[in-house]
Ligand binder design. Structure first.
Ligand SMILES: Cc1ncc(COP(=O)(O)O)c(C=O)c1O
Length: 455
């Protein structure tokens, strides 16, 4: 490894300026030359080289700092570099780094016991994966084996991961490039009061109509052939599903483990699904981990018959030790209740005030520490600030808004015409208020694109 401060040549003999890159960082040069980042065009990406992070801040090699309002990809729920997670990973590394998944070990057993204890109803057994997409793949497999049926119903405007089955189930533009994908997936519209597919007047009517639409979809798709309905959020469709023997898979990869102010988002509505997929917050992403929690009835399928699926790293000891420590931190620091408190007392009122001040804020919604503002060009027509699936020049208003946040020291989570407010659950209240004040200022950039009538 060459001196990071030398800007002459990198490990491949290319100069930094050869690559149009004025950074002196060896990490940046090697990244530009050798790393392909997810969902990105290599030539247009200028990644920040993150040098360090602590709690809700991260910084680069030049000492620029940002307040992390993204929890990275909504996974670092306990914040960056939590000492208890670091200690647990170190201890486990010294004891047992890795072992084949056909063995038992203390870390995996304890993580599974804790997760089963937290899960609702009789969801008592855990199949571990490396992340969320594999969790979805395995939940689909389990539902098919349990029901002997094949079809999966999934919602539009959903994301379930980027592996073959999970991307096929995904109901947003990220799926398009992978089509034609896995067969036997049918789609329905979920409830979305601000942009109702059912012309509903309010949230209650939206739920009613979304449920009627789901019942119609089940009817025309053939209930007897449907293995499962895969849902990112709860629509209260459990009654319908029970009647047809359809499995309910709650995809809690992002919503679970405290983000919504509950251990699992379904707890908010006292819904007990048949399968829950989890990842991200289970160990705050310190070591990759995901999984499926299954009901006793589904687990019973695999008492005498082998489960036909596996992964070399299923139940990886380092990842599971981090999960045990992470769940301990959620409990010891009261983070589940804190997520609710921060949402109710700080985030919600601040965002509502922004909606009153900034015409571009069309909608504010959320729960726990999981909030979004939706930006529009016109409140009356609800035309989004940027068109559906915008990129390049068409996406400029959102790109400028995000860039302004970063300039002011906030790392935002911006998707389409929305900003998600998803900080670590450990964020200090003064930092949370400071970040919200930055968003308030940056919204003036979005307001410049507003074309509707005033407030
Ligand atoms: C709801 C949901 N399901 C699945 C996934 C995929 O998880 P992963 O990226 O760990 O494969 C994500 C990722 O953001 C998600 O939000």
């Amino acid at each position: 490894m060459r001196d990071a401060s030398a800007d002459s040549v990198n490990d491949d003999g290319a100069t930094a300026t050869d690559q149009g890159d004025v950074s002196r960082s060896a990490a940046r040069r090697s990244d530009r030359r050798h790393v392909l980042h997810p969902w990105s065009a290599h030539g247009t990406l200028q990644p920040v080289v993150v040098a360090g992070a602590a709690v809700s801040h991260l910084w680069d090699e030049d000492g620029r700092r940002w307040l992390d309002f993204s929890s990275q990809l909504v996974n670092v729920n306990v914040g960056h570099q939590h000492p208890k997670l670091i200690a647990a990973i170190k201890m486990q590394a010294e004891k047992l780094c890795t072992v084949a998944p056909y063995h038992a070990n203390e870390a995996t057993s304890e993580a599974a016991r804790l997760i089963a204890e937290l899960a609702p109803g009789d969801l008592n057994r855990v199949f571990f994966t490396n992340g969320g997409a594999e969790a979805v793949e395995n939940a689909i497999r389990m539902a098919r084996l349990h029901t002997g049926r094949h079809k999966i119903l999934a919602a539009y405007r959903s994301y379930h991961g980027a592996t073959a089955g999970a991307i096929a189930a995904t109901g947003d533009p990220r799926r398009w490039a992978s089509e034609p994908g896995a067969p036997a997936i049918a789609r329905f519209w979920g409830p979305y009061p601000y942009r109702s597919a059912f012309h509903s007047a309010d949230a209650a009517q939206e739920c009613e109509r979304a449920l009627a639409h789901l019942a119609d979809t089940i009817m025309v798709e053939g209930a007897q052939g449907i293995a499962a309905i895969l849902l990112e959020t709860v629509v209260g469709g459990n009654g319908i599903l029970d009647a047809h023997g359809i499995i309910m898979i709650a995809d809690e990869v992002m919503a679970g483990f405290g983000r919504c102010g509950e251990w699992f988002a379904v707890d908010r509505w006292k819904v007990v699904p048949d399968l829950i997929t989890f990842a991200k917050g289970v160990n705050s992403g310190y070591v990759p981990l995901g999984g499926v929690i299954m009901s006793d009835a589904i687990a019973a399928n695999f008492e005498t018959r082998a489960y036909p699926g596996g992964l070399t790293y299923s139940g990886h000891p380092l990842a599971c030790a981090a999960a045990v420590a992470c769940i301990g931190v959620y409990k010891d620091e009261g983070l589940i209740a804190r997520a609710r408190l921060l949402g109710d007392e700080v985030i919600a009122p601040a965002l509502q005030a922004m909606q009153e001040r900034h015409p571009s804020v069309g909608d504010v919604r959320g729960l726990g520490a999981f909030w979004a503002i939706e930006l529009v060009r016109d409140r009356a027509t609800r035309e989004p600030l940027v068109p559906f699936n915008a990129s390049g020049a068409a996406d400029a208003p959102m790109a400028e808004f995000a860039a302004d946040c970063k300039r002011r020291g906030l790392w935002p989570f911006v998707v389409s015409n929305r900003m998600h407010i998803v900080p670590p659950l450990t964020i200090e209240e003064k930092d949370l208020r400071e970040g919200l004040a930055i968003i308030d200022e940056a919204l003036c950039v979005a307001d410049r694109y507003y074309a509707g009538s005033g407030l």
